[in-house]
Design a protein. Structure first.
Length: 136
C-alpha cells in the first residue's frame, strides 16, 4: 500500500511540474500580443497545477504517514525518524483545511526536508553497521 501511495504522489508532483512548465511557456508566448489571454491562461492552468499538488499536500502527507506507520510497526527506523514522519504526514493532511493551510503546508514542507534527510542518514548508518558486522 505504501508503494502505491508513493507512486500516486510521484505522479501528481510530476504532473503538476509539467503543467507549470507548459503554463509558463504558453503565457510567455501569449503575453507580448495578448496580455489578457495570457493572464486568463495563467489563472486557469495555475489552478490545475495547484489542484494536482501545489496547493495541498494530501498525497505526500499520506505517503510519509504510511511509511512512518510501517516503520513504527516493523521498527525500521528510530523514534526520531518515525516521530518526524508522523508530524510531517499529519501536517500534509491538515493542508486540506483552509484555515490551517499555510501553517500546515510549512510544517509539511520543512518537515519533509528534515524527514528525507533523517531517513537517508538512518539508511546510511544502518548500511554501515551491517557492513561492519559482515567484516567482523
Amino acid at each position: 500500500m505504501t508503494f502505491a501511495f508513493g507512486l500516486i504522489w510521484t505522479t501528481l508532483v510530476l504532473g503538476a511540474g509539467m503543467i507549470g512548465n507548459v503554463t509558463t511557456e504558453r503565457m510567455a508566448a501569449l503575453a507580448p500580443n495578448d496580455f489578457e489571454t495570457a493572464v486568463q491562461t495563467w489563472e486557469a492552468l495555475h489552478a490545475v497545477e495547484l489542484g494536482l499538488g501545489g496547493g495541498n499536500e494530501i498525497a505526500g502527507g499520506v505517503w510519509i504517514l504510511s511509511v512512518s506507520i510501517a516503520s513504527l510497526l516493523y521498527q525500521s527506523f528510530g523514534k526520531i525518524v518515525v516521530g518526524l514522519g508522523l508530524l510531517t504526514g499529519f501536517g500534509g493532511l491538515l493542508t486540506i483545511l483552509p484555515p490551517l493551510g499555510e501553517v500546515a503546508g510549512a510544517v509539511f514542507g520543512l518537515g519533509a526536508i528534515a524527514w528525507f534527510i533523517a531517513v537517508g542518514l538512518a539508511l546510511l548508518f544502518k548500511r554501515d553497521a551491517v557492513a561492519m558486522q559482515a567484516t567482523a
